[in-house]
Design a protein around this ligand. Structure first.
Ligand code: SF4
Length: 381
């Protein structure tokens, strides 16, 4: 068995096929099991990721398999602690790894899972470049919650926290994440639209979070947030600059499509122009943007208009190398309002979505990164 520390994680490689990874708090975070990469969320759930001929598949594990893997990881830790055939990769010494083994063995997954649900309500979704952020829920759920394709916050009432509630939440998050906080380098202001909070309150909360958390975070890069323009009061140029000075580095905008008719049919809040205006205003203040588009939305009926209008929309914002475009394959179940709405549109299959992905990628302004945004089976970890 080989123990190594990589990116502030302890990795125990049991054999060529099986490898366990633990964070600084001692939480099991992922397992490599043959060709499967199994990620464990803070909520205790496990999802297996597999790749076949470029196709990425995600499958949630059953409770039974999750329990089995947790107990196997503990057996492996016990063997490592007893130093059975343990090889420490250079330059590790036993002083480095033994306290880590102890933390991982005293870690209580069930207690941790329950604490997670007390601290968060839970975490619906994050942009892919923020999966490892510290999430602070300025608000919970989505004030709109009516988009036909979105089920992240269904049945969860919207709540904007007071400063006092937020300050308690920051402390709870700090206690929950524990030592692992030092390995994180950004703060994501949740949930669907933290930017709906009055700017003065938001800046006060950002200052408070910076004061309490940032000194423990190595290489802190800033604050990040979704923004839904239809649910956000107009932000003045001065306020955008105040937000930038408080550390806001990027906002993520659910454009979904540049086709106004389709966007309205989908039940989105705010117009295409509202989204583009918010993106331009943020850029003008020096805040970068993440524009989110849905691949395959509108099916065959809207295929060309979705492509053309979205590309025109992206080009109407002065995007540069600091910005990102997230391409998210449509992910809805047959019971969703989208499915009844789209009845008769002619669906897009994987190949259609890949085609849209390539066309969007080819049409992006120079330097702008396109990132695939897979929202299926998300779990904050
Ligand atoms: S506004 Fe955003 S989070 Fe809210 S329902 Fe629509 S897509 Fe979902």
């Amino acid at each position: 068995m080989i123990a190594q520390i990589n990116h502030s994680k302890l990795i125990l490689q049991e054999n060529a096929d099986v490898q366990y990874t633990f964070d600084k708090t001692g939480r099991l975070t992922n397992i490599r099991h043959g060709h499967r990469y199994i990620a464990r969320g803070f909520d205790g759930s496990m999802v297996a990721h597999t790749w076949h001929r470029g196709h990425h598949q995600t499958d949630p594990l059953s409770d039974e398999e999750t329990r089995t893997l947790i107990s196997r990881s503990r057996e492996t830790l016990q063997k490592a602690q007893a130093r059975h055939d343990l090889f420490l990769s250079d330059p590790l010494s036993t002083d480095d790894v033994l306290p880590w083994f102890e933390r991982a063995l005293s870690f209580q997954p069930e207690k941790d899972r329950l604490t997670f649900h007390e601290v968060y309500r839970p975490v619906g979704i994050l942009p892919p470049d923020q999966y490892a952020a510290v999430v602070l829920q300025v608000s919970e759920s989505c004030a709109w919650n009516r988009c036909s394709f979105c089920s992240f916050y269904k049945g969860k009432p919207f709540h904007l926290k007071t400063f006092e509630q937020f300050a308690r939440h920051v402390q709870d998050v700090r206690n929950f994440i524990g030592e692992e906080i030092s390995a994180r380098n950004s703060i994501f202001l949740g949930e669907a639209n933290a930017m709906a909070a009055p700017v003065d309150l938001l800046i006060r909360e950002m200052d408070h979070a910076a004061d309490r958390l940032v000194p423990s975070m190595a290489d802190f890069r800033g604050f990040y947030s979704f923004l839904e323009p239809g649910q956000t009061p107009e932000i003045s140029g001065t306020d955008w600059r105040r937000l930038r000075d408080a550390g806001l580095r990027r906002i993520y905008l659910g454009l979904e499509t540049g086709c106004g008719e389709l966007r309205e049919t989908l039940g989105k809040t705010g117009s295409v122009e509202d989204v583009l205006r918010a993106a331009r205003a943020a850029k003008e203040a020096g805040i970068s943007v993440g524009m989110i588009l849905i691949l395959g939305v509108g099916g065959q009926s809207y295929f060309d208009r979705h492509m053309n209008d979205s590309i025109l929309s992206l080009h109407s914002v002065p995007l540069d190398g600091s910005d990102m475009v997230f391409l998210s394959p449509l992910c809805v179940d047959s019971q969703s309002p989208y499915s009844s709405l789209a009845d008769g549109w002619g669906g897009c299959d994987d190949r259609d979505m890949e085609k849209q992905h390539s066309l969007f990628q080819a049409a992006l302004p120079p330097g702008v990164r396109a990132v695939t945004y897979n929202v299926r089976h998300f779990s904050y970890a």
